[in-house]
Design a protein around this ligand. Sequence first.
Ligand code: HAM
Length: 433
Amino acid sequence: MPTFRAPRGTRDLLPGETPAWTRLERLAGDLAARYGYRRIETPMFEGTAVFERGVGEVTDIVEKELFRIAPRTDESEAWALRPEPTAGIVRAYVQHGMHTWPQPVKVYEIGPMFRYDRPQAGRYRQFWQFDIEAIGDPGPAIDAEIVELGSRFYADAGLTGVAVLLNSIGDPACRPAYVKRLTAYFREHDARLPAFERGRLERNVLRLLDSKDPAMAELNAAAPRLTDHLCSACEAHFAAVRAHLDALGVSYRLEPGLVRGLDYYTRTAFEYYVEGREGQQQALGGGGRYDGLVKRLGGRPTPGIGFGIGLDRLVLALGEQGATDATDAVAAPAVVVVGADPDDTVGRLRIATELRATGVAARAELGQRKLGKQLESAAREGAHFAVILGDELAAGDVQLRDLPAGSQKVVPLAELAREVARGHARHRHGIDP
Ligand code: HAM
């Protein structure tokens, strides 16, 4: 057992795993750009109040899962690692007066989030999200556009069988009456509530509906549905979102029990699941509308909508479908620079450096081994060329050996980069052996 290990719930992404991540990050960035979203980077920690106000004080994310940073004695503000990016992005929207920009402001962010969760497969304390936000558009068309964007991301990533679950969770006009009914319902079943849930019944009853406690499943299934208590404006909005999704050919399933775990949501709420796994609490991604959040964080009333897609869970799901990348092989250098004089590391390194400066992937043999050994390892790692420094160096020449072809010729140093680039391009396009 090593003395030092990555903290519980975190993982090292080793070089064999990172190509899958790089691919998804590229895909996300390209897709976001195609839909008109620009990249934003907000800090990985914020004032704790941003999350308490934004996500909601009585939510699992803030009550149980926030990584609070021990305050320094010389600072009065308390900070926490971001459990999600939406609150920080909206804080930035307000701080930078983005309401004066053309609306909606469409941004995306890709990066690590932190939640003090109970670690298990697909649930980590540091995980990655691809996040999309459109701030300043009340919908309903953009709601559909964003749901479709998420679906397309999964499809482009190569994941099949992704189900979209959709719901509307009302707004401040219709929710208070529903909250009253729901509170009455849970009070009736007070005796069956786990202690923690009983504690937040009077403080934030909606959060009981997304409780992770298995003891709540049956009670929640029989609870009154928000969808049966929507006001006419929310009804109309929800109907229009569905009509837009239908027109785009995006299939979705209505899920009246879907409430999401964050307080900022209004109206449209959605989640992505691997088909058949909807019952488990492992959504691939989720999002929704948050028409009150900008105001909650100090801005003027501004609607918004977005999603967060968990990249860790996507990588896992791709693995389960056998759709992993075959790209974990170490990229072979085009050239290895070797030499007859084992001590001439300066000469080998200099030539490799010059080749790299022209864009060629080159490795210099930095060990002080015999030439035969140097050539052996160059061939073993799959290099195309070995540049051999020998007696010709005095005249400004080197030997260039085509390793797979077994041929060798003398090349002036001044022409080496061009010769290598030309030969390697032919090799890669399958013209050479
Ligand atoms: P969320 O549903 O809390 O939403 O998280 C979004 C996704 O992040 C989840 O569906 C899941 O894939 C991933 N995720 C969450 N927690 C973990 C974890 N402990 N380990 C691994 N993956 C995890 C939000 O965060 C909202 N900010 C989404 C949003 C953006 N709504 C509007 N705009």
